[in-house]
Design a protein around this ligand. Structure first.
Ligand SMILES: Cc1ncc(COP(=O)(O)O)c(C=O)c1O
Length: 399
């Protein structure tokens, strides 16, 4: 996975207002194009926007689909005026009012997933009441609260002649993220292939498509194995080639596409030595930064010190990098050897394009949300979101 710090815009690298995220739209577009190219015609790409909603508009222009998982995510797509034909409206529970509003507004342009018999019945009823044909993917469970087990999927498929207004496109399956072993993905694909074969032989139902989230691994830490995309995709392609299923395959991906395209900058605000340990206090912290698999801050993510000149200093010092939340757990890196730091130096964390902007505990301590910048060569550096206070979310509405 390539580091692109050197290519980042100077305006961002010299920003004084920290903390801030930068999402590189060109890098994201190139990554989607690269992965599409490596897949050839074997599979299409669906961007799971939960990984980073700020990249959704770019994804809409170069990915085949968008996986949208909540009314809030759907409203983002509406505000951006994105093509509804690309939207797969997923999510374990969909509220009747939300489904009905979507159907009335978009007349079945998007695909829905059905995640239980109950939710399927709701979609069927709304489709009938609104006189609107709908296209559905049936989510097969991987053994948790998401989707349905095989018996429930079979029950829906066996009854398909009684709901002609519904097109059952096929199966959706996602079992989890950060899968280090490609063999685990191969096993899942084989099991899905067997199930699709069974649907055909037992029910006479030929699925048009399989929408599958592989949960590819992203190396976040300096000790993580870093398999080149070309090698990973070549192995994955041979797994796809070995399937009997000849319908359309769409890969739902978030982390793997977005992680390398995001950066987070935070500044050193205090440095102290407590009982022999060098603590650096930053203006950011774990409420902004979230590396999946980081355990007790023991692993070292990819980061650089700005300005770069300070990297040239000979003396290296062991630091503990801490945020400014009121928890001893607000540590970004427990031990890292860096050139001597001064207050005002900035740290640039890489590979934060996935989930940090949405998944971190941003309301804790009512600290402000970081600024968000988008970069593309065509439009330059754009501030997409100002720094925003969060205290009003944590106080009575009338104050
Ligand atoms: C249904 C579904 N598809 C795709 C994804 C994206 O997964 P990843 O970020 O591992 O690619 C998720 C993530 O939670 C998901 O729930």
């Amino acid at each position: 996975m390539k580091q692109t710090v050197q290519n980042l815009p100077q305006e961002f690298l010299s920003l004084k207002s920290t903390p801030a995220y930068l999402f590189d739209l060109d890098a994201f577009r190139e990554r989607i194009q690269k992965i599409r190219g490596l897949l050839g015609h074997r599979a299409k790409l669906c961007y799971a926007m939960k990984a980073n909603p700020f990249l959704t508009q770019t994804a809409a222009s170069c990915a085949d689909r968008l996986e949208v998982c909540s009314p809030g995510e759907f409203r983002i797509c509406e505000r951006l005026d994105l093509p509804m034909e690309k939207v797969v409206l997923s999510g374990v529970w969909k509220d009747e009012n939300d489904i009905r509003r979507t159907v009335r507004t978009w007349h079945g342009a998007n695909i829905f997933t059905a995640e239980s018999l109950e939710q399927f019945e709701l979609l069927r009823r709304i489709s009938e009441e609104e006189h609107c044909p709908l296209r559905l993917l049936l989510r097969l469970s991987s053994g948790n609260q998401f989707g349905m087990d095989k018996d429930a999927v079979l029950e829906i498929i066996r009854g398909r002649t009684s709901y002609p207004q519904l097109t059952l496109l096929g199966i959706q399956f996602y079992s989890g993220t950060q899968k280090k072993r490609l063999a685990a993905i191969g096993k899942e694909l084989q099991e899905l292939d067997d199930f699709l074969k069974y649907l055909s032989s037992d029910c006479g139902y030929t699925a048009e498509e399989l929408e599958y989230g592989p949960g590819f691994f992203v190396p976040y830490f300096v000790t993580d194995p870093d398999v080149p995309d070309e090698e990973l995709m070549a192995q994955f392609n041979s797994m796809l080639d070995s399937l009997s299923f000849s319908g359309r395959i769409t890969l739902e991906m978030g982390r793997f596409l977005t992680a390398p395209c995001g950066f987070y900058m935070t500044a050193v605000r205090d440095i102290k030595n407590n009982c022999g340990e060098n603590y650096v206090i930053l203006d950011g912290g774990i409420h902004h930064l979230n590396y999946y698999g980081q355990t007790m801050a023991m692993k070292q993510p990819f980061l650089s010190v700005l300005p770069k000149s300070s990297m040239c200093a000979g003396e290296m010092i062991d630091y503990q990098l801490c945020g400014a939340l009121c928890t001893a757990g607000d540590i970004l890196v427990r031990k890292i050897s860096l050139p001597r730091l001064s207050c005002g130096d900035r740290l640039l964390f890489s590979r934060v394009g996935a989930y940090s902007v949405t998944e971190a505990i941003s309301l804790f301590l009512s600290r402000d949300l970081p600024e968000v910048y988008l970069w593309s060569a065509a439009r330059g550096l754009i501030m997409e979101r100002e720094s925003m206070p969060t205290d009003m979310f944590n106080s009575p509405m009338h104050l």
